[in-house]
Design a protein around this ligand. Structure first.
Ligand code: ADP
Length: 184
C-alpha cells in the first residue's frame, strides 16, 4: 500500500528490513544499544561487527527511550542505521504513546538532517516490548504523516512489517488516518 502525502510517498510493505535499498534503516534498539533479538539481531547480523563497534564508541551512554541515534550501516545497502528506542508496553498509562511518537519523530529528524531521500522503519516496540500492534500503528503512522506534511525529506517513508498481522494492522490504521484527513 502506498499513499502520497505532500511531497512524500508513504509505503507499507511486508518484508525484512535488512533487505531494503534505502538511504537509512531504522533499528528497534534498546536503551543500552546492547544488541538483542528481532530487528536488532537481524540488522547487526546483516551489517557486521563494525556497527556495534561504532555505537559503543560514539554512544557509550546508550540512548534514552523515546529518542534515537545514528551510525553508519556496515555491510547493509543503506548508508545509515538509525537506532531508535521505543517504550516497553506497560498497559498504556505510562506515557508509552508519547514515547513511541518521540522515537519515530527523532528517527525522521535524523534522516532529515542527513538529507536522506528514503527511510525504512520497523514497527518499533511491537515485538519483545509488547506494544499492541494496532495501537502502535496509529502512533507510527500519525507521527510520520505529521512529519512529512512539514518536511520535504525523506521523500520515501517505508514501513517494513514482518509477520504476525503487522501489515494488516498498519494498512487498517493508514486507511483510517487518510479518511480522517480528508474530513477536514
Ligand atoms: P521491540 O523490542 O522494539 O519490540 P522487536 O525487534 O522485538 O522490537 O520487534 C519489533 C517488530 O519488528 C515486531 O513486529 C517484529 O515482528 C518485527 N521484526 C522482527 N524482525 C524483523 C525484520 N527482520 N524486519 C522487519 N521487521 C522485523
Amino acid at each position: 500500500m502506498r499513499v502520497e502525502i505532500a511531497s512524500t510517498w508513504l509505503e507499507l510493505v511486508d518484508g525484512d528490513i535488512t533487505a531494503q535499498e534505502v538511504a537509512c534503516v531504522v533499528n528497534a534498539a534498546n536503551s543500552r544499544l546492547a544488541g538483542g533479538g528481532g530487528v536488532d539481531g537481524a540488522i547487526h547480523r546483516a551489517a557486521g561487527p563494525t556497527l556495534m563497534e561504532e555505537t559503543r564508541r560514539r554512544y557509550p551512554e546508550g540512548c534514552p527511550t523515546g529518542s534515537a541515534v545514528i551510525s553508519s550501516a556496515g555491510e547493509l545497502a543503506a548508508e545509515y542505521v538509525i537506532h531508535a528506542v521505543g517504550p516497553v508496553w506497560n498497559g498504556g498509562q505510562s506515557g508509552e504513546a508519547e514515547q513511541l511518537a518521540a522515537a519515530y519523530r527523532r528517527a525522521l529528524e535524523l534522516a532529515h538532517e542527513q538529507a536522506c531521500a528514503s527511510i525504512a522503519l520497523p514497527a518499533l516496540s511491537t515485538g519483545a516490548y509488547g506494544y499492541p500492534v494496532d495501537l502502535a500503528a496509529r502512533v507510527a503512522l500519525g507521527t510520520s504523516i505529521d512529519f512529512v506534511s512539514e518536511h520535504s525529506l525523506p521523500s520515501l517513508v517505508r514501513f517494513v512489517l514482518f509477520g504476525g498481522g503487522a501489515y494488516g494492522a498498519f494498512a487498517a490504521a493508514l486507511e483510517e488516518l487518510i479518511a480522517a484527513r480528508q474530513d477536514y
